[in-house]
Write a protein that binds this ligand. Structure first.
Ligand code: ATP
Length: 286
């Protein structure tokens, strides 16, 4: 069984649009204890069979988990089939990289199942062909992702704290948000300061430098994202931010009692609320 944990963006900056159509980004991401389950087993027949126990995700090549298995079979000339059972717990199209993490779990799981001679670096390279966040998900933990998200520099995990997440009942298309982004006008977080804060294990500084260039754009389409953020801050969150292109908003909270209070407060008007911990690099893959 492979765990496929979600990520949150402690910061997300979009620098410019590249000639290949991708955006050059700087993202500080950390893995949280909210995960899908990915179970892999052999199939006699030489095919990929995906069983996704969720009505929100497809069961065929459109699923990133399926695509990952296909890439692995091609890249390593694997003969023999694989059965993938995917149990979703991470909300879909939420800004939490659920699909990318499922794909990364399949890359790791196939390497293990077929005893392939490979490294996390190689798996991350294969992952980059599936999606920009897959490389990060292969490594897990906390990292700075640059390029279009595929260049990974490991960072220390934030000091222990709670992450309270709320996902409003809307889906956000990452493509639409990037298309609507005006890079010159948007707010840009100080990535370097965030990286320093993590290296210095300075929780307050981490909270101060959370920032997401895409937040203002998503808020224009979905004002409830700004309202959720405001609710969290008023309820005592140390920091609050939208993750990825949204719509999930999260809070960082040091004190147990406060985190529980924010969780209960949000539960009053939002159906999908989670209270989880940040994961260290090793815990991610166990
Ligand atoms: P990111 O933060 O990387 O932008 P996200 O959390 O916004 O990702 P996902 O949950 O990964 O978004 O899903 C985005 C789209 O990908 C959805 O429309 C979904 O149908 C599709 N998809 C394909 N495979 C999966 C999967 N295994 N799990 C979730 N979504 C998947």
């Amino acid at each position: 069984m492979e765990k496929a944990p979600a990520k949150i963006n402690l910061s997300l900056d979009v620098l410019h649009k590249r000639e290949d159509g991708f955006h050059e980004v700087e993202m500080v991401m950390t893995t949280i204890d909210l995960a899908d389950r990915v179970e892999l087993s052999y199939l006699e027949e030489d095919k990929i069979l995906l069983e996704a126990e969720s009505r929100y995700v497809p069961n065929d090549e459109r699923n990133l988990a399926y695509l990952a298995a296909k890439k692995m079979k091609e890249y390593f000339s694997v003969t023999g089939g694989v059965h993938i059972k995917l149990t979703k717990h991470v909300p879909v199209a939420a800004g939490l990289a659920g699909g990318s993490s499922d794909a990364a779990a399949v890359l790791r799981g196939m390497a293990r199942l077929f005893e392939l001679d490979t490294t996390p670096g190689e798996l991350a390279q294969i992952g980059a062909q599936i999606g920009s966040d897959v490389s990060f998900c292969v490594h897990g933990g906390t990292a700075l992702a640059t390029g279009r998200g595929e260049k990974i520099e490991e960072l220390p995990a934030p000091p222990p704290c709670w992450v309270v997440l709320a996902k409003p009942p809307i889906g956000v298309s990452t493509k639409t948000i990037y298309q609507a982004l005006d890079i010159k006008e948007a707010h840009h977080p100080d990535t370097e300061a965030m990286v320093m804060a993590l290296r210095e294990e300075d929780y307050e500084k981490i909270c101060r430098h959370t920032g997401n260039t895409l937040e203002g754009v998503t808020v224009q389409f979905h004002p409830e994202v700004a309202q959720l953020k405001e609710h969290m801050l008023q309820a005592g969150a140390d920091a609050s931010l939208m993750s990825g292109s949204g719509p999930t908003v999260f809070s960082l909270v040091e004190q147990d009692v406060k985190a529980r209070r924010i969780y209960n407060h949000l539960k009053g008007f939002c159906e999908e609320v989670y209270m989880v911990r940040v994961l260290g690099a090793k815990e991610t893959l166990d």
